[in-house]
Design a protein. Structure first.
Ligand SMILES: Nc1ncnc2c1ncn2[C@@H]1O[C@H](COP(=O)(O)OP(=O)(O)OP(=O)(O)O)[C@@H](O)[C@H]1O
Length: 266
């Protein structure tokens, strides 16, 4: 059984692209690792895999071990990452595959990766409710994920996309751990005051409407993007150390506390 050594599985979903789903996946992984957990990150965003870039591991490749693909170990090995990005020859390549090929790739990602023991496996999914989501839902018929973290932005809440995502979860009987509202306000680097540029609070209202938990608001922090862009295969130890100094670290410490509580309560 490929998931037998994995204690908890969490999916990260978003109704639309560009809302910060990959950033939330990365920060969830970093904050869980900061609490001493062994974390795996599975990137099934086949058309736009961004995990190699997020973890500064674009030059790494995955190799085949005796028990399957060996995920890329980041820093001191507290985080392991598997992404289609590691298998593409040219990292700028994108994959245009039809449904059956995507399904086969996802099945392989779910069965052929030698993760070793993990406390948490975080799965970064493509935006929307596409073939990949249906495949992943099918893969998990026996091993149910603990649930999904749904990411939105204040603007996206105004659209039907989040609603669609939450309805999708209901349809495939996916437990929703909660909603994260990303890019919710801007923290001034000079005075640390938070300004609500795009309005905020919509995620909370949506969470109430669907009877799911609101996990928290994540402000826009330009330093986060800089931190990601300037790391060059320095590994997660330094990324983790840098992240601990980031203004978003306390925000995600609270979010991951709730994720842990909810996963352990299951
Ligand atoms: N809270 C934040 N503060 C500052 N920058 C952010 C924040 N969240 C996301 N970003 C930046 O916004 C951009 C888009 O984020 P990200 O790649 O995480 O979105 P996504 O939803 O995964 O996108 P896609 O749908 O293309 O996969 C990135 O450059 C990221 O660094």
């Amino acid at each position: 059984m490929p998931f037998e050594d994995i204690k908890h599985i969490v999916l990260v979903l978003s109704g639309k692209g560009g809302v910060g789903k990959s950033s939330v996946t990365t920060q969830l992984a970093l904050s869980l690792a900061a609490k001493g957990n062994q974390v795996g990150v599975l990137d099934i965003d086949l058309t736009g895999p961004s995990m190699p870039r997020m973890f500064g591991a674009e030059a790494k490749t995955v190799v085949q071990g005796p028990k399957g693909w060996l995920p890329v170990s980041i820093g001191d090995g507290k985080i392991k990452v598997m992404s289609l990005g590691f298998l593409l020859n040219d990292r700028g390549d994108s994959v245009v595959w039809r449904g059956p090929k995507k399904t086969a790739m996802i099945r392989q990602f779910c069965t052929d990766v030698a993760w070793g023991p993990l406390d948490y496996l975080i799965i970064d999914t493509p935006p929307g409710t596409s073939d990949e989501h249906i495949s992943i839902a099918e893969q998990f018929q026996d091993v149910k994920p603990d649930g999904a973290v749904v990411v939105t932005t204040p603007q996206a809440v105004a659209t039907a996309d989040v609603r669609k995502e939450l309805n999708f979860c209901k349809k495939v009987e996916m437990n929703v751990l909660g909603i994260v509202e990303n890019m919710s306000g801007y923290v001034c680097p000079h005075c640390a005051e938070c300004t609500n540029i795009f309005s905020s609070g919509g995620g909370k209202v949506m969470a109430e409407e669907f009877g799911v938990e609101f996990l928290g608001s994540v402000p826009i922090d330009p330093k986060f993007g800089q931190m990601i862009e300037t790391q060059k295969d320095s590994g997660s130890e330094s990324l983790l150390e840098q992240y601990k100094k980031s203004g978003l670290y306390p925000v995600f410490t609270k979010i991951s506390d709730r994720v842990i509580e909810k996963c352990e309560a299951k």
